[in-house]
Design a binder for this molecule. Structure first.
Ligand SMILES: Cc1ncc(COP(=O)(O)O)c(C=O)c1O
Length: 387
């Protein structure tokens, strides 16, 4: 069968592919340590599960409104007020089947062929693939370790053109774990103010996972003019260990854009799953203490991982300030990220993610959403190959 040219331009997600290969090897009885996961290894807190079970018992098994229940959208508005100091109404919020789904729909609603989407490198691998499939043009904004893998006003200024439509910001970042400070975001706002048509898509999915006393700042909270053209995307997956629940949302500055996204969603998935939504409400209203505890564990693991990895001189980890990934420069090995990942999986059964599809061929991403014991054993295995 002939596939569409749009689909042929898209590459499947390498992260999911490697995670699947590692799982298949495990199923064959091979002792694989997977550092590929993009999800917390913790179980969903039980009070969140209970709300879902209760919803099932009560028969909440029918369609809900396409953008999610009013109760969930109200809980999202409360959260945005509490955490970001921002005022939204439920009509400005659309809940989808995970943040990934929501980002796709937002891009779908906004992009015309040839519109430019500015994406800081390294990036979450799905952004450019979505832009490609939707007919937009990716414009990659370089960053280096010198600026902690964050873009500067200068880099942004140079990339902006009359065709620039959207800037995607992701803080804390996947794959680097870099977190933009308030001052850094204010400096970007100053540049954006000279380009009033540019919309900001602020992916804040790792918001709750920041380390060493840092706090996440949403660019929308800093400047009312920028807030009027910022779409905030967030979700339950990473903060409350709810990846499988598929709950993510966007908060829009204009109801018309929310309606457009709702309309697209109404012709694809319709509503997010009905009985997960009450779980989503209690997670937002009562889940922050659990999220804080998980964050503490991630920070401890990051420190352990960096300490242990000192024996592998050819691996240079970037000290992440958030999320749960170690972004490692592997140029010292003389191999590419893809080669290192392949060698690690095939020879010592450690699954890591090569960052070529994240725009960084000389890096790998190692998730510390796994036990301390696994981290220690993984480093021993890595050292046996790359000491
Ligand atoms: C940066 C970023 N945004 C969005 C998502 C999507 O998360 P979900 O669809 O589980 O809500 C992910 C998941 O890995 C991510 O890393």
């Amino acid at each position: 069968m002939e596939l569409s040219s749009r689909v042929l331009a898209v590459r499947p997600s390498v992260t999911l592919e490697i995670a699947a290969k590692a799982k298949a090897m495990k199923a064959q009885g091979i002792d694989v340590i997977s550092l590929s996961a993009g999800e917390p290894d913790f179980d969903t807190p039980s009070f969140i599960k209970e709300a879902c079970i209760e919803a099932l018992r009560k028969g909440q098994t029918k369609y809900t409104p396409v953008p999610g229940t009013v109760e969930l959208r109200q809980a999202i508005c409360r959260k945005l007020k509490r955490d970001q100091g921002l005022d939204f109404t439920p009509e400005q919020v659309v809940v989808g089947c995970g943040a990934k789904h929501v980002i796709f729909n937002v891009l779908f609603a906004l992009l015309n062929p040839g519109d430019e989407v500015l994406i800081p490198v390294p990036y979450w691998l799905s952004y450019p693939e979505m832009v490609t499939v939707l007919g937009g043009t990716n414009v990659f904004l370089p960053s280096t370790e010198k600026t902690d893998f964050k873009i500067t006003p200068d880099i942004l200024e140079k990339a902006l053109t009359s065709r620039s439509k959207i800037l995607i910001l992701n803080s804390p970042s996947n794959p680097t774990g870099a977190v933009y400070s308030k001052e850094e975001l204010l400096a970007l706002c100053a540049v954006l103010k000279k380009h009033p048509k540019v919309i900001v898509l602020s992916d804040e999915i790792y918001e709750k996972l920041t380390f060493d006393g840092r706090k996440h700042t949403s660019i929308a909270s800093l400047d009312p003019e920028i807030a009027r053209r910022t779409v905030i995307v967030n979700g339950h997956s990473k903060a409350y260990a709810m990846t499988g629940w598929r709950l993510g949302y966007a908060a829009f500055p204009e109801k018309t854009l929310a309606k457009a996204v709702e309309s697209i969603q109404s012709h694809s998935t319709s509503n997010p799953v009905s009985f997960t939504q009450p779980g989503g409400v209690v997670a937002l209203d009562q889940g922050d203490e659990e999220a804080r505890k998980m964050c503490e564990v991630f920070q401890k693991r990051r420190d352990l991982f960096i300490e242990k990895l000192k024996v592998v001189k050819s691996f240079k980890p970037f000290k992440s300030n958030g999320a749960f990934y170690l972004f490692v420069d592997i140029q010292g090995t003389g191999l590419s990220g893809l080669e290192v990942a392949k060698k690690l999986l095939d020879e010592v059964h450690v699954a890591v993610i090569p960052c070529e599809p994240f725009g960084s061929p000389h890096h790998i991403r190692m998730s510390y959403a796994t036990s301390e014991k696994d981290i220690e054993t993984a480093v021993e295995r890595i050292a046996s190959l790359f000491k």
